[in-house]
Design a protein. Structure first.
Length: 97
């Protein structure tokens, strides 16, 4: 079952987001799903919010997210944001272009 995942990063900005992407992709950047080391991502959006930065994603399954988190989590922790707990809800409907 697809899930919607939201990461709120209080006090963070685009610089943290860019640093995470740089490390997770091995410096390749993130412009297509194949840039990530793990499969299962359906959609990704990120941007500033009052007091921080937000990333919202749709994953094919909890298992796909957990696999990705093994690469993503240590990077966030190394950058001082290891305490981030995402909000995860089941997706009722997902439409992509």
């Amino acid at each position: 079952m697809a899930i919607i995942v939201t990461f709120d990063l209080p006090g963070a900005g685009q610089d943290l987001y860019d640093a995470v992407i740089e490390r997770v992709t091995g410096g390749r950047g993130f412009t297509k799903f194949a840039d990530l080391p793990n499969a299962g991502l359906v959609s990704h959006a990120a941007g500033p919010v009052d007091g921080g930065f937000r990333v919202t994603e749709v994953w094919e399954s909890v298992e796909a997210l957990e696999t990705h988190a093994k690469a993503f989590g240590p990077v966030l922790a190394d950058l001082g944001h290891g305490d981030v707990q995402p909000t995860i809800i089941p997706a009722h409907n997902v439409v992509v272009r």
